[in-house]
Write a protein that binds this ligand. Structure first.
Ligand SMILES: C[S@@+](CC[C@H](N)C(=O)[O-])C[C@H]1O[C@@H](n2cnc3c(N)ncnc32)[C@H](O)[C@@H]1O
Length: 233
């Protein structure tokens, strides 16, 4: 546990903080489970029940997006988020900190091993709902998500990523809701220039009628990746 540090909110981004230690500044979220780290991140305690967790941009593309000056921050306290490609819960844990106990993070993952690890790491977070399912088949988990969500976050690193997102948006996202999609060009086609792939995926989302608010390269934290943020009508 580090001792000499300061914490301030990151401008208008509710639930996201800037932590300064010895001249270095990095992002963090307020720990919903004080005293517990999820993936070996540093913890910064300010008071009895007030603690912040370092958010590592090399481990989380959402943090990389903010580190690369991304301004589209639409995940807020009390919201419901559908998270596709939850893996073992690294980014899910920070989204869980942001939405807090009154929010929900429906965490879809098709690898049983990863989901088991997520459950072990995040069992004490009441807002995280782990779901073992294939994100290409939203009908499989429709009955497990009893509401329309505010935000869909997708990081599955698979071909057909945008189509998969469109299908989930049509099934689960509230009118006026927001989406984030991390696109890895090498998961789609290694033989094509990344920029061409990113534009193609963007066009799929625009043709579906969605507005793209930002498309941002998140290197060097994740090479050959962009984060696209958008909104539906
Ligand atoms: C790059 S990792 C996600 C990392 C995670 N978002 C984080 O930041 O902590 C991609 C994950 O998506 C999962 N995945 C890939 N295709 C999927 C699908 N069709 N349905 C559900 N999960 C999928 C993989 O098993 C893997 O755990």
């Amino acid at each position: 546990m580090s001792k000499n540090f300061s914490v301030k909110p990151q401008g208008k981004f509710d639930g996201i903080y800037l932590i300064s230690v010895d001249g270095a500044e990095f992002h963090g979220t307020r720990n919903q489970v004080p005293g517990t780290a999820v993936y070996g991140e540093r913890l910064f305690k300010l008071g009895e029940n007030e603690e912040y967790r370092e958010w590592n941009p090399n481990r989380s593309k959402l943090c990389a997006y903010f580190r690369k000056n991304g301004k589209e921050c639409h995940i807020k306290e009390g919201m419901s988020v559908l998270y596709l490609g939850a893996a073992n819960g690294t980014t899910v844990s920070h989204v869980s900190d942001i939405v807090g106990k009154n929010g929900r993070v429906y965490s879809i993952e098709f690898s049983a091993r990863s989901l088991r690890e997520l459950v072990q790491r995040l069992a004490s977070r009441p807002d995280v709902i782990p779901i073992l399912a294939d994100a290409t088949r939203p009908a499989q988990y429709r009955s497990l998500i009893p509401e329309q969500v505010d935000v869909i976050y997708q990081d599955v690193a698979q071909p057909e990523q945008s189509k998969l997102l469109v299908d989930n948006i049509q099934t689960f996202l509230k009118p006026g809701g927001y989406f984030y999609i991390a696109i890895k060009s090498r998961s789609i086609d290694v033989s094509v220039e990344p920029e061409i792939i990113f534009q193609k995926e963007r066009t799929i989302l625009e043709k579906a009628g969605f507005t793209i608010l930002d498309m941002r390269d998140i290197a060097p934290f994740s090479e050959d990746h962009v984060m696209i943020v958008g909104k539906i009508p």
